[in-house]
Design a protein around this ligand. Sequence first.
Ligand code: THU
Length: 161
Amino acid sequence: MSEEIRSESVIKVHAFDALDKDTQQLVRMAEEAAKTAYAPYSNFLVGAAVVLDNGEIVKGHNQENAAYPSGLCAERVAFFAAHAQFPTAKILKVALTAKKATAASFQLATPCGSCRQVMSEFEDHQKNKITLFISDGKGKVYESDSIENLLPFKFSDEYLK
Ligand code: THU
């Protein structure tokens, strides 16, 4: 006997101007963060901004290193920094954007698998979904109502118990 398990990811697409002002501001903060990324090897600048349930906003950008695997993505820099500074707060939303160092404008970059894994565990740990907004820098913003939506059939701490 064999069967099929299907999963569906739903992504909403918004015009930037149609977002509420707080979300627009979060996207702008992700752009600000991207501008100062330390990415001298890839020249690919990624910015993240998270908003917490205590109202704080924490930014992150990718941090590269001459020993390449020692660097870290923008999303994980933002999430780990947020938890280090506000360990009891929950992350409600994250905004992402990216830019090539030589480009004039921002572009779309969807989160890598490792960042999806880490952000997804935050959802499990804090027992609250995190809404993800990814700006393409051209007026379109992609929304996922959770991180898990982007990581079906994921590895979780359930297996370790
Ligand atoms: N990068 C991120 O910051 N986030 C991702 O989700 C994917 C990739 C960074 C890592 C590296 O510094 C650069 O983008 C090129 O891969």
